[in-house]
Design a protein around this ligand. Structure first.
Ligand code: FAD
Length: 460
């Protein structure tokens, strides 16, 4: 494992009388291809103890609702069994994640954690590093190239980050071997622990917002993610470069929910796609442009921009032009509620909203169109931004992710350039219904959403 993935969060020593190495799992919720877990096992083997993994489920997690918790618990249920098979005790508890980690750290020789890039994730890790009495090491395993190695600044656009990532990718895109724990911890006496074998039961005992129901179409878990990856490589990668944009017959991986919850590693995905026999080199390149460049541009944005979830983080040219056009007559105006209910004049937009509301996912091209129309149909750009982010994070399983913040901001000009000036949008890129209908069979897209929602047909 490359040492650039490791960072000590304090200067404290490894304790000589600890019972285990603790891995506090938070971002990388998987038992395979998990750099933090494998590092914890190596460290534990070197001091002759075993590994205990802990995870805290907080009902106060920012913007999380039943849909998000349901997907997460399905994944954790599997992770618990996989860790069990590897002889590793996994304790899951309700409560503040860093406090739970601190509690289990009391008996640990050392603590290992994974890396998350959002404000609260970073704050939790700082707190743990400060409060824990022993060494805390953070291991970065959910980006292909570690964020600080790519750049030391907020990048302007894909074109500026692309050469930096390409220069480094071969150094970090390396296979990860599974280590064997010398000591089994399954019989260690450790208090607490939720049994997540039955995710629905745990879900029914959580006191969380329940206005968004779990998706019937998209199930959580590493095995589902791996099956989707295999299906994608075998039957969708060929032609991805040309067809990925068509929402009527989508040709994409649908792996974003699993990446968001750390149920699959981006490194595993990239290596499998690169080494697959299917797909041309253009198809593979196009896929890596999304998984590696666009996804890690989003990570760069939230890492270097403290206001990544605010309108103020938009580039100055975009804020200026949107301000100049704030009083332009909108062709249509809708309230947030009308939008949320899919009650606009535009059937394609309503179908996209329906797909999002009912299934928790939407095709990338429709996400772009959906967002651009929110900018066009709300009273002010600031309200449009807040509405788009609110809906995005409420309904998408992959919402509340670095890619959520960067892409909602993209609608309003981030990582883009000025275009020809027009009403409402100013110089921000525009999309229209005519263009959408000219390029794709939108009636087929609407029919597809109807079928998905009625659950008559899943894609696979
Ligand atoms: C308005 C808007 C809102 C969005 N909100 C989110 C969100 O909340 N969460 C989220 O994960 N993505 C978001 N995206 C980015 C993108 O639409 C999704 O990542 C993609 O549609 C996921 O589908 P997929 O896994 O089939 O993608 P694939 O085409 O199979 O791509 C593979 C992977 O590449 C990454 N990727 C693809 N497109 C992008 C992109 N534009 N930016 C960053 N990473 C990308 C994803 O991790 C994806 O799983 C948003 C895009 C827009 C325009």
């Amino acid at each position: 494992m490359h040492e650039d993935r490791l960072k000590n969060l304090n200067a404290k020593p490894i304790s000589t009388n600890g019972d285990y190495v603790l891995y506090w799992m938070q971002q990388s919720q998987r038992a395979h291809y998990n750099h933090a877990l494998e590092y914890a096992i190596s460290l534990a083997n070197s001091i002759n103890v075993g590994v205990v993994v802990c995870l805290g489920i907080t009902e106060k997690y920012p913007e999380a609702n039943l849909r998000h918790f349901g997907f997460m618990l399905q994944g954790l249920s599997e992770t618990q069994s996989f860790l069990h098979e590897r002889g590793i005790k996994f304790v899951i508890k309700k409560g503040s994640p860093p406090e739970i980690a601190l509690n289990y750290a009391r008996r640990a020789a050392a603590v290992v954690c994974d890396r998350g890039y959002l404000k609260h994730q970073r704050q939790w890790r700082r707190y743990l590093g400060k409060k824990a009495k022993q060494q805390v090491t953070q291991v970065e395993g959910d980006s292909i190239v570690p964020v600080e190695q790519v750049s030391d600044t907020r990048e302007f656009a894909a074109r500026t980050i692309r050469p930096k990532i390409h220069k480094l990718v071969d150094i970090y895109l390396q296979d990860l071997c599974l280590r064997k724990s010398k000591k089994n911890t399954l019989n260690l006496e450790i208090e607490g622990g939720l049994n997540v074998r039955n995710p629905e039961q745990v879900l029914s005992n959580l006191s969380v917002a329940d206005d968004v129901k779990p998706s019937q179409r998209i199930c959580g878990g590493t095995s589902v993610a791996r099956k989707k990856l295999q299906y994608f490589i075998l039957s969708q990668l060929q032609g991805y470069a040309n067809s990925r944009n068509d929402p009527a017959s989508p040709q994409c991986s649908e792996l974003s929910p699993y990446l968001h919850f750390g149920q699959i590693s981006p490194i595993e995905i990239a290596l499998k796609v690169k080494s697959s026999k299917s797909g041309s080199s253009q198809d593979k390149e196009a896929f890596l442009e999304e998984l590696l460049i666009r996804r890690e541009l989003a990570i760069n944005f939230v890492f270097f921009e403290k206001d990544y979830d605010r309108y103020s983080a938009l580039p100055d040219w975009a804020k200026k032009t949107l301000h100049e056009h704030r009083n332009d007559t909108r062709p249509y105006r809708y309230t947030r509620k009308q939008m949320e209910n899919g009650e606009t004049h535009d059937e394609a937009w309503n179908a996209a909203m329906r797909e999002m509301r009912e299934t928790g996912y939407m095709h990338n091209y429709m996400r772009m169109y959906w967002g651009k129309k929110i900018l066009e149909w709300t009273n002010t750009p600031k309200y449009g931004y807040a509405t788009a982010l609110y809906l995005n994070n409420k309904y998408f399983i992959d919402g509340r992710d670095p890619s959520s913040y960067s892409n909602i901001a993209w609608i309003f000009g981030l990582h883009d350039r000025p275009w020809k000036e027009r009403e409402v949008f100013g110089k921000v890129r525009y999309m229209n219904e005519k263009g959408l209908r000219r390029k794709f069979d939108i009636t087929a897209y609407i029919d597809r959403v109807d079928r998905l929602v009625e659950n008559k047909k899943t894609d696979q």
